[in-house]
Design a binder for this molecule. Structure first.
Ligand SMILES: Nc1ncnc2c1ncn2[C@@H]1O[C@H](COP(=O)(O)OP(=O)(O)OP(=O)(O)O)[C@@H](O)[C@H]1O
Ligand SMILES: [Mg+2]
Length: 447
């Protein structure tokens, strides 16, 4: 007898590792390993059992006597595990049904539609709530197109602190939640390492104990991989504060040692077929995402920018004066809603709400913005600091070719540009330039 397990794009060794997570397969492998042959022809995932007549290639592996004895042990083992009387004539269909339910190879919905079988479970208990949010109509339309129409598997929202990533994701989830069987919102800040995060997600997505075959399904549910869950239900997982997983004071994108395995998971979620979406919110763009995006249509990044015209509504709600000066204020603070709210408080406190009086002041006041900007600045490596300080001293945007020879070696200069861009600290539209607030902060530091 041969038991052959097949999965595309996966080496036999790796498949064996993954399969070990399944208790059924654990037991099968432990007890029947000498009789198992694992191959990888790369044409879809299924489990096949069939007999080989004595004298065929199987004899390479064991004698026909041994095969007969093992077969009867196997029937017994499978009967115990599946809760059905397994015989030679029904073994194939029982195993195949079981495995196809387990792995749910359909790229769309699970074989028995999840929504009809299991109630949607949406856990937004850790999603922040906001009093009043103005609708970012364009961004919401783009995100809905990516997630609902194009079935994107990983969507990343990047942008500086306070730009509105969490608020935008919150609005999005409100509008698309009915399309998902499972929704889970978590922040990376709550997890000390990758394993803790991954186990928590798997546990949260696992279905509640089933009344049918509880001995099997319960143990299997807890051992499924994240990808199994993303396949068997349409899940939306929102993971906020992704930058917490990355090492500060190095060029952007290197994981902290305790998050080393994250990149592999991101690659799997981006590349392997499933029906779910991972929404990452981050100050900085993950390296895998930057790479995946270039060739994978299922991975997208939205660089969240300021509120644009909606920013006036913030100033209006704060009852600031001198409306004709608002656009100047909005431009100075890059329409960043948090920055605008903070500076609005300062203007109300110190200038009786007069934007004109505040702007007549010669320097851009940072006040409560300083600790926020400091968090970003402290994450930079030395070459980025050199570059940002040089740019903070420039009056006009610079061309990439205008680097003074003594500033940095070309290689370090280009890497630093790329890194600062991925941290959303450098603008490149009309040459290299910094947002006024960033420029002010850096200049203030170096004086
Ligand atoms: N669309 C919006 N309409 C009104 N206010 C907004 C909007 N988006 C963001 N804000 C305001 O800006 C503040 C910061 O937004 P948010 O928490 O989403 O920023 P963030 O990008 O997630 O920042 P961080 O990276 O620090 O978590 C919010 O508390 C809210 O007051
Ligand atoms: Mg946030």
């Amino acid at each position: 007898m041969r038991l052959i397990a097949v999965q595309p794009d996966m080496s036999a060794d790796r498949f064996l590792n993954l399969t070990r997570r399944q208790r059924l397969c654990d037991r099968l492998f432990q007890q029947l390993l000498p009789k198992l042959l694992i191959v990888n022809p790369g044409n879809g995932f299924r489990l096949r059992i069939f007999h080989a007549s004595p004298g065929q290639s199987l004899q390479k592996y064991c004698s026909s006597d041994h095969v007969r004895k093992s077969a009867s042990q196997l029937w017994k083992l499978l009967s115990d595990l599946l809760g059905e009387d397994v015989k030679k004539k029904n073994v194939r269909s029982l195993i195949e049904n079981f495995c196809s339910n387990l792995y749910n190879k359909s790229q769309n919905r699970s074989p028995s539609p999840p929504s009809s079988k299991s109630k949607p479970r949406h856990d937004l208990s850790q999603a922040p709530e906001y009093d009043r949010l103005y609708n970012r109509t364009d961004e919401l339309a783009t995100l809905k197109q990516w997630i609902l129409t194009e079935n994107s598997r990983i969507v990343t929202l990047t942008g500086l602190s306070g730009i509105g990533k969490t608020a935008l994701a919150r609005q999005l989830v409100e509008q698309i939640q009915d399309n998902f069987d499972r929704i889970l919102w978590r922040s990376h800040r709550k997890f000390p390492n990758f394993n803790a995060l991954q186990s928590h997600i798997i546990e949260s997505l696992a279905p509640p104990p089933s009344s049918q075959n509880p001995s099997i399904t319960n143990s299997l549910n807890s051992d499924n991989s994240m990808l199994d869950h993303l396949r068997s239900h349409r899940c939306l997982i929102i993971l906020d504060d992704f930058q917490e997983t990355l090492t500060p004071r190095e060029l952007v994108g290197n994981y902290r040692p305790e998050y080393q395995n994250y990149g592999q998971l991101i690659n799997e979620i981006g590349q392997l077929p499933h029906q779910s979406c991972l929404l990452l919110l981050s100050w900085e763009q993950p390296l895998e995402i930057a790479a995946l995006e270039t060739e994978n249509p299922y991975c997208k990044t939205l660089q969240v920018s300021g509120l644009d015209k909606l920013a006036t509504q913030i100033l209006n709600a704060r009852k600031l004066k001198d409306q004709k000066k608002w656009s100047e204020l909005i431009q100075l603070y890059s329409a960043n809603p948090l920055w605008l709210n903070l500076i609005a408080s300062t203007i109300l406190d110190l200038f009786n709400g007069s934007v004109q009086e505040y702007l007549s002041y010669p320097t851009l006041f940072l006040g409560d913005l300083e600790p926020i900007l400091k968090q970003h600045y402290q994450r930079l490596c030395e070459s980025e600091k050199i570059l940002i300080q040089w740019l903070a001293n420039q009056e006009k945007p610079l061309k990439i070719t205008q680097k003074p020879p003594e500033l940095l070696a070309v290689k370090d200069f280009l890497k630093a540009i790329q890194s600062l861009t991925r941290r959303n600290l450098l603008e490149k539209s009309s040459g290299l330039t910094l947002q006024p607030v960033i420029k002010q902060y850096v200049n203030h530091l170096i004086r």
